[in-house]
Design a protein around this ligand. Structure first.
Ligand code: PXG
Length: 298
């Protein structure tokens, strides 16, 4: 029986319920994180918690727990469920309020931590690669709702993903308002051309992906390859030698087709496959250990 953290208590799946007056439900007013556990170690825990607190601060939501204490609860969520490889969903909503928009009516944020088994993509997806389409929807611009806030307002992304599904593609590329590539619905995007790896810069209007940063570090430090964070268009993607996407759930996946154009030789490229292996190695050895003195010595 899984145990879920809900507002200071550990409850079973069936008791883990939030009020219909919670502004997380009524308005998508809240923030979240998706974190992976590899071989009993929580990967990039601090980075995820820092992003959660930054997202919360941006929406004027004060999380009523010090970051270190929240981290201990996340570690505990894996321990109490005795998980080794897992996915953790952390959610903080504005909390219980009335039917109006006024956040001052919400006296206490709702805090949820769910640690569960993870549904991995089959190995075939990594071997054969994914198809992308360019969505007709644009990524929310900074002056509408910052795309860097990991908020519960995911309709922009969900509708883009639905377009992909209708076109028999796995993921959708969202352009920013200027027509440059921003990111995918739940993943960041990279391409390789003539020995240099390109990815959109943070100011292009993207989520500051934690996998994205890990991959940039692996490329620069471990593989000693040049990485350019610069804006580009789908034209650059169509002609790239390799394209890959990155995210906590997907890790690193090669892209073999975009909008009906074959990418490279139609198979995930060598660099993509190498990064995939390197990433898994780092992810399974460097996280915060759950079953030894967790957090200590980090
Ligand atoms: N861009 C967007 C819009 C995202 O939602 C990423 C990039 C990748 O970020 P990280 O930090 O994970 O490298 C995300 C990730 C999932 C899942 O299960 C992922 C996300 C949201 C919901 C589900 O893979 N966000």
């Amino acid at each position: 029986m899984s145990k879920i953290y809900l507002d200071g208590k550990w409850v079973g799946r069936d008791e883990a319920k939030v009020s219909v007056f919670d502004h997380g439900l009524l308005y998508g007013d809240g923030v979240f994180e998706g974190i992976r556990v590899y071989d009993g170690r929580i990967f990039k825990l601090q980075e995820h918690m820092e992003r959660l607190y930054a997202s919360a601060k941006n929406i004027l939501l004060s999380i009523p727990l010090p970051l270190e204490e929240f981290e201990r609860i996340v570690v505990e969520s894996v321990r109490v469920n005795n998980l080794k490889d897992a996915y953790i969903r952390v959610v903080v909503t504005r909390g219980y309020g009335d039917l109006g928009l006024d956040m001052r009516k919400c006296k206490k944020p709702t805090i949820v931590v769910i640690a569960d088994h993870i549904d991995l993509f089959p190995a075939q997806v990594y071997e054969q690669g994914m198809k992308l389409i360019t969505s007709s929807l644009r990524r929310t611009p900074h002056d509408v709702l910052s795309p860097s806030i990991k908020s519960l307002n995911y309709l922009n992304n969900i509708l883009a993903r639905a377009e992909a599904a209708r076109a028999n593609a796995h993921e959708a590329i969202l352009l920013n308002k200027e027509g440059y590539v921003a990111e995918c619905s739940g993943d960041n995007i990279f391409f390789l051309r003539k020995g240099t790896v390109y990815t959109p810069p943070l100011w292009a209007g993207i989520l500051h992906g934690i996998t994205r940063q890990t991959v940039i570090d692996l490329l620069k430090i471990t593989l000693k390859m040049p990485v350019k964070e610069d804006v580009f268009t789908v034209f650059d993607l169509y002609g790239a030698q390799e394209v890959f996407i990155t995210g906590t759930g997907a890790e690193i996946v090669g892209i073999v087709e975009i909008d009906g154009r074959k990418i490279g030789n139609g198979k995930p490229g060598r660099l993509t496959r190498d990064l995939e292996k390197l990433y898994r190695q780092v992810a399974s050895t460097t996280g915060v250990p759950v079953y030894e003195n967790a957090i200590a010595g980090r």
